[in-house]
Write a protein that binds this ligand. Structure first.
Ligand SMILES: Cc1cc2nc3c(=O)[nH]c(=O)nc-3n(C[C@H](O)[C@H](O)[C@H](O)COP(=O)(O)OP(=O)(O)OC[C@H]3O[C@@H](n4cnc5c(N)ncnc54)[C@H](O)[C@@H]3O)c2cc1C
Length: 307
């Protein structure tokens, strides 16, 4: 098998590429070792050609959105990391607004407000890309992405273009058909359209500012983090943050990793945290929840890479 560099040279990939770039610079946790190669296609066609060539060579590919829900291990990522950042199209449509996968959610929300379209205010201040938010079915303030999507465009694991309309049942709390085991598992989200309604721009902006301020007050932006580390689970009868509070996790530190002083489900990197310490802290939380309550905490953060 050729090296990733040889591979990218052979296929004459035409977008930006870096070799050995630390993933800590590409994740909101600011944690993670180097990617063998990181490529940023600028068009859907270039992305499709890259994925198809990688598939033929049997080269492992990891898809990177905004890196806001990722914990990359200290050994980094072998093979090819493909960033969606170059897929940046955004357009007002009859139904609402359409965005490509690499558009930051904050830009999507801002563009909708600018056009006087209401519905996306709940996602104001949400870190990450449109593709990542669709993949995760990002949820905040009692609303989730699946509520608004009229269409998701994707490239399936064999390279075929597809479109779907989110159906109830397949999309649930932090669960989508794009995740492992789902019908569209292995697919790449190319973009999505959102149904919005006309609204008053000042009211839309005011709601956005309110939610951004609420996030800031909850300490979301005090230190590098990836939002909530664990999912909530209705069976536990209370939010996971509350359970971790009861276990005394708020403000706890382990080596270079720590838990926010303001929210026990937000683990933070106070400076130079390693993935090894963060994973040890995550494991400690899982163990204590299991021992005290018999709960199995499930991580929401996606963990990838080599130890
Ligand atoms: C301060 C802070 C607050 C947060 N608050 C919330 C919150 O309130 N609610 C919430 O739900 N989340 C929250 N998060 C987590 C994060 O914002 C979301 O999970 C976000 O949707 C992740 O998007 P991303 O583009 O960064 O994905 P990434 O972290 O880059 O990737 C996450 C997963 O999605 C996959 N992926 C990314 N793009 C694509 C694509 N185009 N096609 C297929 N797969 C793809 C990746 O391979 C990976 O498996 C928060 C994070 C931070 C840092």
């Amino acid at each position: 098998m050729p090296t990733v560099r040889e591979f990218l040279e052979k296929i004459k990939f035409d977008g930006p590429v870096s070799y050995g770039e630390p993933m800590s610079g590409r994740t909101t946790f600011r944690i993670g070792g180097p990617a063998d190669a990181l490529a940023e296609p600028r068009t859907r066609e270039s992305l499709a050609a890259l994925l198809s060539a990688a598939r033929s060579e049997g080269l492992p590919v990891f898809l990177l959105g905004g890196g806001a829900n990722l914990l990359v291990r200290d050994g980094g990522i072998r093979g090819l990391v493909v960033s969606t950042r170059g897929l940046a199209g955004l357009r007002i449509t009859e139904a609402g607004i359409e965005a490509e996968a690499g558009v930051p959610v904050t830009d999507l929300v801002g563009a909708a407000a600018e056009a006087g379209l209401s519905g996306l205010e709940f996602a104001a201040g949400l870190p990450g890309s449109v593709g990542g938010a669709v993949y995760m079915n990002a949820r905040c303030y009692e609303r989730e992405f699946a509520d608004l999507m009229t269409r998701v465009d994707y490239l399936d694991s064999r390279g075929n273009l597809g479109s779907l309309v989110p159906a109830k049942g397949e999309w649930a709390y932090k669960s989508t058909p794009f995740m492992p085991g789902g019908l569209q598992s292995g697919s790449v989200v190319l973009g999505a359209e959102f149904r919005l309604r006309p609204g008053e721009k000042p009211a839309i902006l005011s709601r956005m500012r309110e939610l951004e301020a609420d996030r800031a007050a909850k300490g979301h932006f005090d230190f590098p983090c990836a939002g909530s580390v664990f999912k909530n689970d209705r069976r536990f009868g209370r939010p996971t943050g509350r359970i971790l509070d009861e276990l005394g996790f708020r403000g706890r530190a382990l080596g270079t990793a720590a838990v926010s002083e303001k929210h026990a489900n937000i683990f933070v990197n106070p400076g130079s945290a390693t993935a090894a310490d963060m994973l040890a802290l995550i494991e400690q939380a899982r163990r204590e929840a299991r021992e005290r309550y018999g709960y199995e905490l499930e991580t929401e953060v996606v963990i990838v890479g080599e130890p």
